[in-house]
Each structure stands twice: as C-alpha cells, then as structure tokens.
Design a protein around this ligand. Structure first.
Ligand code: NDP
Length: 260
C-alpha cells in the first residue's frame, strides 16, 4: 500500500457524531493502519461519551479519554496516559472549535471581549497547548494536523469571531512548524476545508447558503466530504508528505481560487 500508516499512533480530537470531520479523519487513518486514541468532550450526564464510544468502537481505539481543552488537568492527564500506554505519538489531529452562537450571527462589531477570548482559547490556543504537551512524546517525523476555514482570510458573512480564531490558528501552525521541525522533523499543517454540514457549522448563521454558493462557483461545482478531508489528513500524516510543513492546504473543491 502506497499510503501506509501501520503501527503509527494517532490521537484524534473533536469527534462529536458521525458528521464530524474528525470522524472522517479517524476512519481514513484507521483504514491506512494507524492505531487510534480518541478524545471526547465530556458532559455531566455522560451522553457525549456514550455516543462517541459507540460510534468509534469499530475502530478499536487503544485510548478513549475525556478532554475539554478548557481544562488543563484533563489535557495533562490525556498525555500522561498516552505516555504510559504508547510511549510516543506519531500523529496529532486537532479538529475542534467553539464560539458563542451570539458571536456567529449579525454585526461583527458586536463581538464581546469575552466572546473573543472564548473563541480564541478553545479554537486556536488549544493547538499550542496540545503541541506543548505532545512535544516530548513526538516521534521522529511526527505530523500535526489542524482544521481551518477560508473565513480566516476573507470576511465571510456570520463567521465573524471564528474568522479571527482561524487566522490565529493558521499563524500558530507556522510558529509551531518553525519550533517543532528542527529537532525531530515534526511537521505541522492545516487543512482548510470547504463548508460541510456538521454540528459546529450549523451554529454559523446561513451555512446552507454558504454550501449552495460553493456548489455554484467552485471549479468542482460541489463542496467536499468528511472522507475527502480524511484522505488529505492521512496523506499529511504519512511519509508521502515528508517535505510539507507550516502550510494551509485547501480541500474545498477549488473554491478559494475563484475571483467572484
Ligand atoms: P463538530 O461539531 O463535529 O466538531 C467540533 C468538535 O469540537 C466537537 O467534537 C466539539 O465537541 C469539540 N469541542 C468544542 N469545544 C470543545 C472543548 N472545549 N474541548 C474539546 N472539544 C471541544 O464540527 P466540525 O467537524 O465541523 O468541526 C471540526 C473542525 O473543522 C473545527 O475546527 C471547524 O472549525 C473545522 N472546519 C469545519 C468546517 C465545516 O464546514 N464544518 C469547514 C472548515 C473547517 P461537542 O460537539 O461534544 O461539543
């Protein structure tokens, strides 16, 4: 097999349900032979845990742990368990984001300082925190992958504060790539996906209009699937992408190249 991840250990964050982009990524990594560790966002009643556990069971995750990126102890505990069980990490998938709903509709000037902090803490700074904790565990040639969107560089209606969070995330990718590359050839990249219907995207006002717009204008006349994003993640995680670091790769049917 050209794309072979057998024996590689991959931590995948951000699976909420079967529409999650992280679910598409986890499946493609599994198909390529990677061993998976899965984290989920815990809630008081344990409903998310049950849902994600059932969904991911066929992929036989070797680790299945709660992790809220606003909870430093929980994050630390994930990496302590990972170290005990795996000793090293080859692939880290950061596939999570959050902003208050009120900050994802209407006038951008209404963005509050609190809303700004929340969006940037969860959606951007969490990548840096995960990389700091993973740093001693990264294997030679390890790969870090995060998910971004065109709203980082263009004013997309309603994307508002999340556009700022994604811009910070893309800058983080470059700084992390610069720091983590020299010693162990660790690569850090972002995939900029076209709009896909998921739990998170349904919080963005007018997501269906965004999808229709892409279907009308993208060179491929369609948006993309979770599986297509997963395939690109598997490529980036593999030695086939050994020369690529610090980049934003567009998996959007070509939409971002169009002038109007
Ligand atoms: P999902 O809602 O399926 O995934 C978002 C994930 O983030 C969920 O699992 C959510 O958990 C998790 N999350 C939110 N807050 C926290 C937190 N504090 N700690 C840990 N996890 C948290 O949506 P997507 O698959 O769409 O989103 C995945 C990534 O892809 C995001 O970065 C998103 O911005 C990006 N993206 C999405 C696009 C789209 O059109 N869908 C396009 C381009 C990029 P829970 O649901 O349990 O709250």
């Amino acid at each position: 097999m050209l794309l072979d991840l057998s024996g590689k250990k991959a931590l995948v964050t951000g699976i909420a349900n079967n529409r999650s982009i992280a679910w598409g990524i986890a499946r493609q990594l599994h198909l390529a032979g990677a061993k998976l560790g899965i984290t989920y966002l815990p809630d008081e009643k344990g409903r998310f845990e049950a849902k994600v556990r059932e969904l991911t069971a066929p992929l036989n995750p070797g680790l299945f742990l709660p992790m809220d990126v606003q909870n430093p102890e929980q994050m630390q505990s994930v990496f302590q368990q990972l170290e005990r069980q795996w000793g090293q990490l080859d692939i880290l998938v950061h596939c999570l984001a959050f902003a208050n709903k009120a900050d994802l509709v209407g006038d951008f000037t209404n963005t509050t300082a609190q809303g700004f902090r929340t969006a940037l803490e969860i959606s951007s700074h969490s990548l840096t925190s995960l990389c700091r904790l993973a740093k001693p565990l990264f294997s030679q040639g390890a790969s870090v992958i995060t998910l971004t969107y065109l709203g980082a560089e263009r004013a997309v209606p309603n994307y508002n504060v999340m556009g700022l969070a994604k811009a910070a995330l893309e800058a983080s990718v470059r700084y992390l790539a610069a720091e983590l590359g020299p010693e162990k050839q660790v690569r850090v990249n972002a995939i900029s996906a076209g709009p896909i219907r998921t739990l998170a995207s349904s919080a963005v006002g007018g997501i269906l209009d965004m999808i229709h717009h892409v279907e009308e204008r993208a060179p491929l006349r369609r948006t993309v699937t979770q599986q297509e994003v997963g395939n690109t993640a598997a490529f980036l995680a593999s030695p086939l992408a050994s020369g690529i670091s610090g980049q934003v790769l567009y998996v959007d049917g070509g939409y971002c190249i169009m002038g109007f």
